[in-house]
Design a protein around this ligand. Structure first.
Ligand code: BMA
Length: 876
């Protein structure tokens, strides 16, 4: 048997003492249900659903209607237990703790049959002193209570006034009162996700034993001192000193690459002690800052800290330190009432481009490092620089933030409260306070996190009265709101992390919300803060329907995931748009109808005699519609960055809803469950390009704006082409004089009345022609080729079904698709089913006879794999 024994410290030199021993309790445990009728082995970290599946006792929980079939699992009260021998002499240690990094959620813990504590918050880390109960051979038991039953009890016990919402909308098929339990809020169902309120030990468990003193927490923040023009590092180390006498010694902090080394003397008094160290980095040394993706490098520096304490006790830590500043700028704007809302990174205004992150699976034990890397790599591959970790999910695992640091992804970090009002009785607040303090400590060293935000949409829920609270009762709820997010969460943030801004909610009006007493009359104002915007009725090709806001942190449209993704969790009878399955997986009221309605505004809806063809074409069309809608909206936000129009504008952020999927179902996501790119994600790669020409019409004049996220000005030309739908030869083409694209600006590059453009280009009409355009310099393409439709495609004249062929060849690990088309083709979609990987571009407008597209596989793939898959180049 392999012993999970880890010697935390190297023993070196004479008289050196081991600081601590750690024994992991990961691995195999026993699980049994409430009445003992089911007993099975289960992995830790893990959950009951995964254990049942691994034992073959249930099917894949995501298959067809299993979310309903397996509801019993979360309504039962399960127990996790384990017996183990500690492989070191326990009596030699002064203090022994049981550390649980994450318990999901409500449990009572027995150690050698003695109750040592309880848990009620899956976001907290728990440490229990077991010095007096631990033996050589031990038993541990976590007796869980169903979180669903617990939430119901808590809500019932809250008799003074209701705390809405009680239950999710019926279409979500979820559980009630999730706001009464500190657990992933979307695990009780969401408008894109199933209800799987898991139970289990979802993170690491271990026993730690130590003498003299022990380092329990370690965190740091780089702070730039403007007046001294130098960087400082504030380091905080928390010790549990178990020695009865003070422990003295010294600590040496070193960042070799910055030629920085400092030594401090210490004296630790018995008890819990916090040591604060300030490390000054000489202003004569060049510190390379951390930049978001697309703005510079993500340079980090290795730091070591060595505590040399009395009795030969050495404690060593190492970490990567990144230096960057972040400011949230809220200041008056000329020509517009209200305040700006944008971020400066290292003093440079940055337009935040990206999306919203939700949990990658209902079962966190299935979220592997590979999956995280793949999803986050797809973020930067699509030219994004920001993710908002949305408040209805989880504070992500360490690796998520490490990857964001490494890849240059800025994180807008919500605290985990969403779309609800919350109770504020003392027990609830105590639990939240412990959670928040712990998460700040765990996460604050990450440069990727640029802002903390109190919750998702709760200011709006309150002020727009989503829950029909009578106006006379509202003050009670406002008081609770302020208690939770301002008097508790905000205070903890201010005390624990001075290195980044905090806002109470999203959407919010920022400084205006503060001025109005922490709740604004209209938290979704275009003049302040951020907005969330959804409209499924108006025509999304009309940019005038979108809010000219300071910052759009949520907006989007639904689509269906591809057939190859759905196929894995469905059976033949499910494969139609109106099947019971298609209705079941749609958790947003009217969602399927809305998609067809929006698609129908510009496209003919599929109607093949083959029902499976119709289903696949409908899926495809929902993806076309979603991609085109989010493109129009995002381009509108990007081109609004430098302008004030009708007193509104200076938009400095576009984060669409939502990046990823939790299961295989229709949703707003651009990445399917498992990571496959929807058409929207390919579009995002283009509409988030650092240099982008954006075309649009206003009052029958066609405009092209040039958007630049670059730091300096570049000279280039704009090429504008017009094609008829019926010919691969452009009917006209013009190239502008040299233009200067100003860094960090959106400027008008081109303007022409549509009638003029049509007249100039032969016999064009709105229906027969399409415009495309790109930026280049010295024959080098500097932007994606963008396009503008002059009419709906259902009215397009001369557009015929193109014959497209593909010849596939292999070059190293990459596959080359040489395409040839018989006619102009919009939304050309290459689909290789479930072969993991992505294309260099997809869903594109093909106006040239040939085009080469690359396929980057994510796993070893051979050419023959493609032949067995359907290669699908279609447009209906
Ligand atoms: C907002 C989000 C999510 C939701 C999305 C789509 O409300 O914060 O709660 O999934 O819109 O409806």
């Amino acid at each position: 048997m392999r012993l999970h024994l880890l010697l935390l410290l190297a023993l070196c030199g004479t008289g050196t003492t081991a600081a601590a021993l750690s024994y992991s309790l990961r691995g195999n445990w026993s699980i049994c249900n409430g009445n003992g009728s089911l007993e099975l082995p289960g992995a830790v970290p893990g959950c009951v659903h995964s254990a049942l599946f691994q034992q073959g006792l249930i099917q894949d929980s995501y298959y067809r209607f299993n979310d309903l079939n397996y509801r019993w699992i979360s309504l039962d009260n399960w127990t996790y237990s384990k017996e183990f021998k500690i492989p070191f002499e326990i009596s030699k240690w002064q203090k022994v703790n049981l550390i649980l990094e994450g318990v999901d959620t409500i449990s009572k813990i027995l150690f050698n049959e003695v109750t040592i504590g309880e848990t009620d918050n899956m976001f907290n880390r728990y440490s229990f002193d077991i010095t007096n109960v631990v033996r050589d051979v031990n038993s541990i038991e976590l007796r869980f209570q169903s979180a669903v039953l617990y939430a119901a009890q808590q809500s019932k016990a809250h008799t003074r006034y209701p705390v809405p919402p009680d239950c999710p909308p019926l279409v979500q098929k979820g559980e009630c009162h999730v706001n009464f339990v500190r657990k992933e809020q979307c695990s009780f169902s969401w408008d894109w996700g199933p209800s799987f309120p898991t139970q289990g030990i979802w993170k690491d468990v271990r026993i730690e034993a130590y003498n003299i003193c022990h380092l329990t927490d370690f965190t740091f923040s780089p702070i730039y001192d403007k007046s001294a023009q130098a960087w400082n590092l504030e380091i905080e180390a928390t010790f549990d000193v178990v020695s009865s006498k003070p422990v003295g010694g010294q600590v040496i902090v070193a960042i070799p690459k910055l030629q920085t080394q400092q030594m401090y003397n210490l004296e630790l008094q018995p008890g819990k002690r916090i040591v604060e160290l300030f490390l000054n980095i000489s202003k004569n040394i060049t510190v390379e800052t951390w930049w978001p993706h697309g703005h510079g490098n993500q340079t980090g520096y290795n730091m070591t800290i060595l505590f040399e304490l009395d009795g030969g006790l050495n404690i060593e830590k190492s970490a990567k330190v990144y230096f960057r500043t972040v400011e949230l700028i809220e200041e008056p704007i000329k020509g517009s009432p209200g305040l700006s809302f944008y971020f400066k990174i290292n003093g440079f205004p940055v337009f935040l481009k990206g999306s919203n992150w939700i949990p990658a699976d209902s079962f966190q034990d299935r979220v592997t490092s590979e999956l995280l890397r793949l999803l986050l790599q797809s973020v930067v591959d699509a030219n994004m620089n920001t993710l908002r970790v949305w408040g209805g999910g989880i504070y992500e695992q360490d690796e998520f933030y490490e990857l964001c640091d490494e890849l240059g992804i800025m994180v807008w970090q919500d605290f985990m409260f969403a779309c609800a009002l919350y109770p504020t009785d003392q027990g609830f607040l105590d639990s939240v306070r412990a959670e928040v303090a712990y998460q700040i400590k765990r996460l604050k060293s990450h440069p990727s996190i640029i802002i903390w935000s109190g919750n998702n949409e709760n200011e709006e829920a309150l002020m727009m009265n989503w829950y029909h609270i009578s106006i006379t009762d509202r003050p009670i709820y406002i008081k609770d709101y302020v208690t939770l997010y301002v008097k508790n969460i905000r205070e903890l943030v201010l005390a624990g992390d001075k290195s980044r801004p905090f806002i109470t909610s999203s959407p919010t009006n920022g400084a205006e919300t503060v001025a109005e007493g922490w709740v604004s009359q209209n938290p979704n104002s275009n003049y302040f803060g951020d907005v969330h915007f959804y409209d499924y009725i108006s025509d999304c090709w009309n940019w005038k329907v979108f809010p000219r806001a300071r910052f759009a942190s949520e907006y989007g449209y639904q689509s269906w995931p591809s057939f190859s993704t759905l196929e894995k969790v469905s059976s033949t009878e499910d494969w139609s748009f109106s099947s019971k399955f298609s209705l079941h997986r749609q958790h947003h009221e009217g969602g399927n109808k809305q998609m067809l309605y929006q698609a129908g505004l510009h496209f003919k809806l599929p109607e093949s005699t083959d029902p499976l063809r119709t289903f696949k074409d409908t899926i495809y069309l929902t993806q076309v519609m979603q991609a085109q809608c989010v493109k129009t909206e995002t381009e509108f936000y990007r081109r609004s960055r430098s302008e004030i129009v009708d007193q509104q504008g200076h938009t400095m952020g576009a984060l669409y809803w939502q990046l990823n999927d939790i299961w295989q179902a229709p949703s707003w996501a651009s990445l399917e469950y498992g990571g496959k790119w929807k058409m929207l994600h390919y579009f995002a790669q283009n509409f988030f390009a650092p240099l982008l020409p954006v075309g649009f019409e206003n009052e029958n004049t066609f405009y092209i704006y040039g958007v630049s996220d670059l730091h300096s000005d570049y000279s280039m030309t704009l090429t504008v082409r017009v094609h008829t739908w019926s010919s691969l030869e452009p009917v006209c083409s013009c190239v502008t004089e040299h233009l200067v694209m100003k860094g960090g600006e959106a400027v008008r590059l081109y303007e022409e009345p549509v009638s003029e453009l049509l007249r100039r280009c032969g016999n064009c009409t709105r229906e027969s022609c399409v415009v495309s355009f790109y930026l280049s310099a010295d024959h080098e393409l500097l932007s994606p080729t963008n396009y503008h439709f002059l009419s709906s495609l259902k009215e397009a004249l001369g557009l015929c079904k193109a014959q497209i062929t593909a010849i596939i060849s292999q070059q190293g690990d990459i596959f080359v698709f040489d395409l040839e088309t018989s006619a102009v083709a919009p939304f050309v979609w290459l689909d290789v089913g479930s072969i993991p990987g992505r294309f260099s571009d997809n869903g594109f407008l093909m106006t040239e006879k040939t085009r080469t597209i690359l396929f980057y596989p994510w796993e070893p793939t051979s050419k023959s794999d493609f032949q067995s898959e359907c290669l699908h180049t279609s447009w209906n």
